[in-house]
Design a protein around this ligand. Structure first.
Ligand SMILES: NC(=O)c1ccc[n+]([C@@H]2O[C@H](COP(=O)([O-])OP(=O)(O)OC[C@H]3O[C@@H](n4cnc5c(N)ncnc54)[C@H](OP(=O)(O)O)[C@@H]3O)[C@@H](O)[C@H]2O)c1
Length: 267
């Protein structure tokens, strides 16, 4: 479903998934302030009212798609919209993602699958659908996480999905380099967004992870700056960079044990 079937603009497009809140909204606001007027934003998320309300607050032309990206039919909607417009996609921000902390055994298989579908399958499929509409100078952002740098007990499926995105993005960047299409994988620390339930926010704020909290606006700025420099991987905080370094030099089983112990204590 989208809000305006009469949309006929031929402007270049920026596509942002998960644009209704958190980091996706921060990307949209930042780009709304910095990109020339003749760029349109295609915004994707499930909650239609929230998305339309947010789109109204932007100065650029927008087209809102209220879609659940875990459904194959939703990806077909974007594919068809792009084919019918034939416009160039200047930037795709694959940002929609979710995760929940807690022991793997305590979560249902359907919830685990939905994390995989949104965090991996949707990012890969949408990239594949959008790529034919990109040209020299276009850019792709994939949203990963600091959680990508090592396996995380208490966040197992989520961390694995983000490691997948990091690996996928790094390889794709090299494949697309001769076409001068850039790929940037962004790896933020925890952000206090709708990603976390109120209860999870409380736990986060009382754990060691509170020292790592990042502002989505800061993450969006660091990521866009990295895209302009054609950086393939951006770790948006100093602490995140330290985690990445430690994951390379300290035996991972030690870190995994400590993270597992901390996760058990906070449950
Ligand atoms: N928050 C953190 O601590 C953190 C840290 C590192 C990385 N990240 C990553 O950053 C990205 C953005 O997260 P955030 O913190 O901004 O969380 P958020 O505020 O919950 O935003 C998630 C966005 O994705 C949309 N979304 C969720 N499920 C969807 C689905 N099935 N289909 C389409 N859209 C869907 C949500 O809108 P609807 O609910 O309306 O669909 C929302 O716009 C995610 O990839 C996340 O993994 C987050």
């Amino acid at each position: 479903m989208n809000d305006d079937v009469q949309y006929e603009s031929k402007h270049p497009i920026v596509i942002i998934t998960g644009a209704s809140s958190g980091l996706g909204a921060a990307f949209a606001r930042l780009l709304d302030e910095t990109l020339p007027d003749e760029v349109d934003f295609w915004l994707i998320a499930r909650r239609k009212e929230k998305l339309l309300h947010f789109a109204d607050s932007l100065q650029h032309g927008t087209r809102s798609f209220a879609l659940d990206l875990t459904e194959k039919s939703s990806l077909n909607v974007i594919d068809e919209a792009l084919r019918s417009m034939g416009a160039t996609v200047q930037l795709l921000i694959n940002n929609a993602g979710k995760g929940v902390s807690g022991a793997f055994a305590q979560q249902t298989s359907s919830y685990q699958e939905s994390i995989c579908d949104l965090n991996m399958r949707a990012q890969v499929s949408l990239t594949s659908i959008v790529l034919p509409f990109m040209e020299e100078g276009s850019a792709l952002i994939l949203t990963s996480s600091v959680a990508a740098f090592l396996p995380q007990p208490g966040f197992a499926t989520y961390a694995a999905s983000k490691a997948f995105i990091l690996s996928f993005g790094r390889a794709l960047a090299e494949e697309l380099r001769p076409r001068r299409i850039s790929v940037t994988v962004t790896c933020p620390n925890p952000m206090l967004t709708d990603f976390f339930s109120p209860k999870e926010k409380e736990i986060l704020l009382s754990s060691y992870k509170r020292f790592a909290i990042e502002d989505p606006v800061h993450v969006a700025k660091k990521t866009i700056s990295a895209v302009r420099k054609r950086k393939v991987v951006v770790v948006t905080s100093r602490l995140g960079k330290l985690v990445r370094l430690l994951a390379k030099i300290v035996p991972q089983r030690w870190i995994i044990r400590s993270v597992g112990k901390a996760a058990r204590e906070s449950q």
